[in-house]
Design a protein around this ligand. Structure first.
Ligand SMILES: C[S@@+](CC[C@H](N)C(=O)[O-])C[C@H]1O[C@@H](n2cnc3c(N)ncnc32)[C@H](O)[C@@H]1O
Length: 366
């Protein structure tokens, strides 16, 4: 059982196959280099692996710390969550920027009052304002703070008015946005292993591993091959700018229709793995970064996730894999049939990978 917010590229549906492939290596210490929602790390830690979770994003650090570093009984957080739920709602920065009201359109639909789309109804941003202020003012220890923020993000995710990211909000209020925000104690467990949670660029993270790892699970962003989509719209920092702001509580300057943080704009942020251009040699910059990463990651096994909707071509990826190791196993997710197909021949995946939105797992031995 894992818990997180809605997340583009989350490997929730692939968890059984990821676990099985990692188990097949015989390794016990796993580096999750692009942890995102942290679902993979949670599933691994719950299955007894020692996990090093890393992602550049604040929200991933908060979620990862709450789930993977906790060594207390979950019931110890009950009083705090109860206290946060009872706070009187208040008007603050989140309400001013992100809270919307419900009115009826001429057609009788429940629409947003001033024509602007908003991610939450005002009644819930008023609760968010009170709870977020209290989390800062209570001066909690780091773990407790991360558990409270995790609980807040999980609750906000249940009452949002989006399609799973904050790059656009729905015009007509979603049914779930009418529900009242209610925090719950996250589904924590007592970690017996000494897991590690990092918030770094993956190349820096591999320098900071406290101990040796056996397997690196690499699930970088592959972006979109939709030429018309501006790159900033498909970057994680832009998609989830609101989780960053909730974690930091820094009331940033915002811009545009969805009031995005200024530091999530094209010019201000970007990861080499989210770079969709080619270099002078005509290679995709993101693929050359992956090449370097596979070369440098200090372990024998790599489990690589690949989504064919992105810019990296299967041929380019195949070359990268061949340069640094041996492809031991390739699996393709067939969501409709709810099975993973094992592929015997390289050409089988090269061919099928060109169709859009197929997900693959490659187990590589260096
Ligand atoms: C495809 S998602 C990972 C999804 C994750 N496996 C899950 O199941 O939720 C890619 C992640 O890479 C992170 N990321 C992008 N560039 C990075 C970098 N240079 N170093 C570390 N993480 C990075 C993004 O923040 C995003 O969470």
């Amino acid at each position: 059982m894992t818990e997180s917010v809605k997340y583009a590229g989350s490997k929730l549906k692939l968890l059984p196959q990821i676990l099985e492939l990692i188990q097949s290596t015989g390794g016990s210490r796993i580096f999750d280099g692009f942890a995102g929602s942290t679902r993979v790390g949670q599933a691994l830690a719950r299955s007894g692996f020692k996990v090093v979770s890393n992602d550049v994003a604040d929200w991933s650090f908060v979620l990862g710390s709450a789930f993977l570093l906790n060594k207390r009984s979950p019931s110890q957080f009950r009083d705090l969550i109860c206290h946060l739920n009872k706070l009187p709602p208040e008007d603050g920065w989140f309400t001013q920027v992100y809270g919307g009201d419900v009115t009826k359109s001429h057609q009788g639909n429940a629409v947003q009052q001033d024509g602007f789309k908003r991610p939450w109804q005002r009644k819930n941003t008023r609760k968010l304002d009170a709870i977020r202020r209290e989390i800062s003012e209570l001066k909690l220890d780091q773990l407790t703070r991360n558990v409270a923020l995790t609980s807040l993000m999980l609750a906000l995710d249940q009452v949002d008015n989006s399609l799973g990211h904050f790059s656009s909000y729905l015009r007509n209020w979603s049914p779930r946005s009418y529900k009242d925000l209610e925090l719950k104690v996250p589904s924590l467990w007592i970690n017996e292993k000494h897991n590690q949670v990092l918030q770094k660029d993956v190349f820096d993270a591999i320098q900071c591993l406290e101990a040796k790892v056996d397997v690196a699970y690499l699930d970088p962003p592959y972006g979109s091959n939709n030429e018309k989509m501006p790159p900033s719209r498909v970057r994680y920092a832009a998609y989830y700018h609101l989780w960053t702001t909730i974690c930091r509580n820094d009331q940033p300057d915002t811009f545009g229709k969805v009031s995005r943080r200024k530091d999530s704009s094209d010019k201000a942020c970007g990861s080499v793995f989210e770079e969709y251009r080619k270099n002078e040699a005509g290679e995709f910059i993101a693929v050359t970064a992956l090449d370097r990463l596979i070369e440098r990651v200090p372990c024998e096994w790599i489990l690589l996730s690949y989504s064919s909707g992105g810019r990296a071509t299967s041929e380019a990826l195949h070359e990268v894999i061949g340069r640094h190791g041996k492809l031991v196993h390739a699996l393709e997710a067939r969501y409709k049939k709810n099975v993973m197909a094992s592929m015997k021949w390289t050409h089988e995946w090269l061919r099928s990978a060109e169709e859009p939105h197929r997900e693959f797992l490659f187990l590589i031995r260096k």
